[in-house]
Write a protein that binds this ligand. Structure first.
Ligand SMILES: [Zn+2]
Length: 159
């Protein structure tokens, strides 16, 4: 078994949709970035790449590559999962913490969990989503940014 960790932060900006774990979350601003800036899917991709020893999202999907501009970040998770599966790994479970002062994520946590489970082909019990505020401190506390930490456990598929 192997474990990997991922972390990501994106700035909130007007005129952008807010996507968290592939779920469109109602808010007056969204996350800015080269792709769709889904901070949850980026942290998750990094956790999966890390667990398999495959580097990081910036190496695997460079933001200088126009192919990834405004890209649906579900692509990064799906492609990484395919690479893991090809190398004989499957995902055991993931745990995710989203750091956001606004909006309140209580009402959407279950949706995000369900969506991540679907994306990874896992049961909902193998996917955990937690949400924390920034306690009013720093860029997250001021509502300027949203961050995410993810951890993933993988194991060799039995043949
Ligand atoms: Zn990112």
């Amino acid at each position: 078994m192997r474990v990997g960790i991922g972390h990501d932060t994106h700035r909130l900006a007007v005129g952008r949709p807010l996507l968290l774990g592939g779920v469109r979350v109602p808010h007056d601003r969204g996350l800015a970035g080269h792709s769709d800036a889904d901070v949850v899917l980026h942290a998750l991709t990094d956790a999966l790449l890390g667990a398999a020893g495959l580097g990081d999202i910036g190496d695997a999907y460079p933001d200088t590559d126009p192919a990834y501009r405004d890209r649906d970040s579900r692509f990064f998770v799906g492609d990484t999962l395919a690479r893991l599966n090809q190398a004989g790994w499957h995902v055991v479970n993931i745990d995710v913490i989203i750091f956001a002062q606004e909006p309140k994520l209580g009402p959407v946590k279950a949706d995000i969990r369900r969506h991540l489970a679907e994306l990874l082909g896992l049961g909902a019990e193998a996917v955990n989503v937690k949400a924390k505020t920034g306690e009013g401190v720093g860029a997250i506390g001021r509502g300027e940014a949203i961050a995410c930490q993810a951890i993933a456990l993988i194991e060799r598929s039995s043949v």
